[in-house]
Write a new protein. Structure first.
Length: 299
């Protein structure tokens, strides 16, 4: 069976069988896995076409079981199929359940990947209620610690954005309305009202009473909301890229619409908003990549 575990199991002395431990004249070896898992596992050992279950958590269970029983060749095959297979998108409960399977089965790379996916969902009773029986106590503790460290890095990332001395994008620049003094964003001098700097010739978007680097109120308010949400760590999702991107682009669009007579705001276009969101996502992703999930100590 390509497993030293099973070689030992069948070669070592067995307890004296009872009447209930013999089927068709053969002794019964009791395992903790149910019939569905063992059937799927052993079927894949036969030289016949076989495939993984369609559900990701069930496929992951086969991988964890093959590792448990030292079925090295089969483990490599299952992992390869999982990596190349397209599974249906996991729901929140399925993500937490799959993390529990991977962590308990000592699959560190799969467990860390799934721990990161859980950041897209709140870690609440609604998502965990039915999945708690799947968790080892230390696996749940590790996930809590992982989310806390991710929260700290996300908060630091948002706070560093708010403290930038030089705004990297024009949507970042302060605005007090069309009547404010216009400063050139390139040479930082007071310039005319036609949009072109009379000193350096560059086009200026800045429209404010002073050339400071503080962000506009609409952006600051949105950041502060995310800071508040991120500090929760458990009651709300920590990091959902599509949701964050959509929220910022929507807020930017609403702001430009409401300030259609503002010289600065009307010069901000959707391309710059996309660039800003990409930069924000890159920084958040980099901050989260510094956080690792370590399961080695629990072997």
């Amino acid at each position: 069976m390509s497993s030293p575990f099973f070689d030992d199991m069948f070669s070592l002395p067995q307890p004296q069988p009872s009447d209930n431990d013999v089927v068709d004249g053969l002794p019964v070896v009791r395992l903790s896995e149910d019939a569905e898992v063992l059937s799927g596992l052993f079927t894949m050992l036969y030289p016949i076409p076989s495939k993984l279950p369609n559900a990701y958590d069930k496929a992951l269970t086969l991988l964890a079981t093959s590792q448990k029983y030292d079925m090295v060749g089969l483990q490599s095959r299952i992992r390869g199929e999982i990596q190349t297979r397209t599974f249906p998108t996991l729901t929140g409960p399925e993500t937490f359940r799959s993390y529990a399977i991977a962590s308990s089965g000592q699959l560190p790379s799969e467990a860390e990947k799934l721990a990161r996916l859980t950041l897209e969902f709140p870690m609440t009773f609604e998502y965990l209620c039915d999945e708690l029986p799947s968790f080892k106590g230390w696996a749940l503790r590790d996930l809590v610690g992982f989310r806390k460290r991710c929260r700290d890095n996300i908060v630091s990332c948002f706070e560093s954005f708010l403290k930038l001395d030089q705004p990297p994008f024009n949507i970042w620049v302060p605005c007090t309305g069309a009547s404010g003094t216009i400063f050139c964003q390139y040479c930082k001098r007071t310039t005319g009202s036609n949009g072109y700097c009379q000193y350096c010739g560059n086009y200026s978007y800045l429209n404010t009473s002073s050339p400071t680097g503080s962000s506009p109120s609409w952006l600051t308010n949105l950041f502060q909301k995310h800071l508040g949400d991120s500090r929760e760590a458990f009651s709300k999702p920590l990091f959902n890229p599509q949701s964050i991107r959509g929220l910022y682009l929507s807020a930017l669009k609403d702001h430009i619409t409401s300030m259609s007579n503002c010289f600065s705001c009307t010069k901000v276009h959707s391309l710059e908003g996309e660039t800003f969101c990409t930069e924000l996502m890159d920084r958040l992703t980099a901050a989260l990549s510094e956080v690792r999930l370590d399961l080695i100590s629990h072997r």
